[in-house]
Design a protein. Structure first.
Ligand SMILES: Cc1ncc(C[n+]2csc(CCOP(=O)(O)OP(=O)(O)O)c2C)c(N)n1
Length: 513
């Protein structure tokens, strides 16, 4: 099949697979695919997004694909393919349907010194690999299609796409739900991408709910917001007889320690790939659970009253501490129908500790598959473009912002969401101060090799990319967030990194008493 026919078939197959959005980076070998996608966009069959930087293009596709729809990201050959890797890995570890379509030279040129020619087959270990357009299907997780395209690459044609039969989504064969009795003192744990099931279970049976911000379950009357601190209280943690765990919990050491316990029953809805420690004999992996009966209310009351006193203790200790203030303000600004995309490192941990559990339908997400600090801005832009949210906010540290700042490189013809990017700028990585390496012993090396301050001028960077930017004090953030922007805006909030280690220790201590 010649290149134009392959490109036509590709668009037809994508449409049959329910594709709404496609991402493209420029190149010569991928030229026919670019022209076909452009034609499909002009004909109103899909929405095309063009990005120069393939790493950002792939994260944009990841953000778009978090909606559950298949999203292709199309590139030329050579190093362009390698730039897709971070987002493909994140998609692999979270089951997000990104389709990498990489243009390749014909087989006869492989293994020669032909320009921009390398081994692209099976490039992404663990990712489903295809070589034929007709094999594309809506999927759980990422796919790589490597297309060999031969000369002539382009021809002046009228692009016509035949609408094919829809390709059905993958069948999910689930085992019947395991019925949980209400007798053992149980906590429900909701890790990243759990969905609503943990909250529904906790509320149906009357168990405390320990829900990470990106779980999809953090809300309602059973959520214990300070769970990370409370797991350090022997009178609570010591009484846990069973954990029912959902999603992929990676945020805090107390939770990892809980899941590593061998003296309690652990039922994990999922498999080892979302269970953060090697599972012992006390861990059962299941497909789904169902509640039976109602638990002794005294168990939930114990957690609730401990939570109330921990919240008060943390409030007293914080007393307007800037970084946590920012977390609270952002949390409050995203109400029902809103989108919050949270960066790795302290933003998500701060929000986990001091954020609320509002009883509203909002979407909160991060890149927790591998918890990278890369690609967050593009992920947020993609997520915001994929839905119709009342308000979209991304909330990131300065290094996360700078690492993914090429996500702001968006041409004038490209769709842009209304998105506020809040950057907590403490000039470097504050998270390391709270870990072992933040101890006095390593103080000499700490600033240079862990904290890595950059002194970067975010305002100048935004000016360079023609993105609106404001720098404001933490106390002014709530007012600044009141009016949603038209397009993308960056709000930089400078805070101090000093004292982070001792503050964290004081907070945990205060909440434990
Ligand atoms: C791609 C990638 N590289 C390195 C890391 C390791 N890492 C984790 S947090 C962090 C610092 C993040 O700093 P910042 O975004 O400013 O947030 P803060 O720690 O100040 O909250 C780094 C480098 C990572 N998670 N991902």
């Amino acid at each position: 099949m010649n290149a134009v026919a392959t490109a036509t078939r590709l668009v037809e197959r994508l449409l049959a697979c329910g594709v709404n959005d496609a991402v493209l980076s420029p190149g010569s070998r991928s030229g026919p695919l670019a022209l076909a996608l452009h034609a499909a966009d002009v004909q109103g069959l899909l929405r095309l997004h063009v990005r120069v930087d393939e790493r950002e293009a792939a994260f944009l596709a990841l953000g778009l694909a978090k909606s559950g729809r298949l999203v292709p990201v199309v590139t030329t050959s050579g190093t362009a393919v390698a730039n897709l890797h971070p987002a493909m890995l994140e998609a692999l570890h979270t089951g997000v349907p990104v389709l990498a379509v990489t243009a390749d030279r014909p087989a006869r040129l492989r293994g020669t010194g032909a320009n921009q020619t390398t081994e692209q087959r099976g490039f992404f270990a663990g990712v489903r690999f295809l070589t034929a357009v007709d094999e594309i299907a809506p999927a759980h997780g990422p796919t790589h299609l490597n297309l060999e395209l031969d000369e002539p690459l382009i021809e002046a044609v009228d692009w016509e796409f035949a609408l094919a039969e829809p390709v059905p989504p993958p069948e999910q064969v689930a085992e019947p739900a395991v019925v949980m009795d209400c007798l053992a003192d149980t906590v429900v744990l909701a890790g990243d991408r759990s969905g609503k099931a943990p909250r529904e279970l906790a509320e149906a049976i009357g168990w405390p709910l320990l829900a990470e911000p990106t779980s999809g379950s953090r809300g309602g009357s059973h959520a214990v917001t300070t769970y990370r601190a409370l797991l350090g209280r022997p009178e609570l943690a010591g009484r846990i007889a069973r954990v029912v765990s959902f999603g992929h919990a990676t945020l805090s050491r107390p939770v990892t320690a809980l899941l590593a316990r061998a003296d309690i029953d652990i039922v994990h809805v999922g498999d080892q790939s979302t269970f953060p420690v090697p599972a012992g004999a006390n861990v059962t992996f299941v497909d789904a659970v169902r509640a039976d009966g109602s638990a002794d209310p005294a168990w939930l009351d114990l957690w609730r009253s401990a939570d109330a006193s921990a919240v008060a203790a943390i409030d007293a200790e914080l007393d307007g501490t800037a970084a946590y203030d920012v977390a609270r303000t952002v949390d409050t600004a995203v109400t029902g129908g809103g989108l919050l995309v949270i960066g790795s490192s302290n933003p998500i941990r701060d929000l986990d500790l001091v954020g609320s559990a509002p009883d509203v339908e909002r979407t909160v997400m991060g890149n927790r598959g591998l918890a990278g600090i890369d690609g967050l801005l593009s992920t947020a832009i993609g997520a915001a473009l994929a839905g119709s949210f009342t308000r979209s906010i991304a909330y990131v540290g300065d290094l996360t912002f700078l690492h993914g700042s090429n996500g702001l490189l968006i041409g004038p013809h490209e769709p842009r969401p209304d998105l506020t990017i809040v950057v907590v700028n403490d000039d470097g990585g504050s998270i390391f101060a709270t870990l072992e390496q933040g101890a006095e012993d390593y103080a000499d090396a700490f600033e240079r090799v862990y904290a890595t301050p950059t002194g970067a001028d975010l305002a100048a960077l935004c000016t360079g990319y023609r993105i609106a930017h404001r720098r404001i004090a933490p106390g002014d953030l709530a007012a600044a967030l009141e009016v949603p922007p038209k397009g993308i805006e960056v709000i930089e909030v400078p805070v101090d990194r000093q004292g982070r280690r001792s503050l964290e220790a004081r907070l945990m201590e205060a909440a434990r008493i």
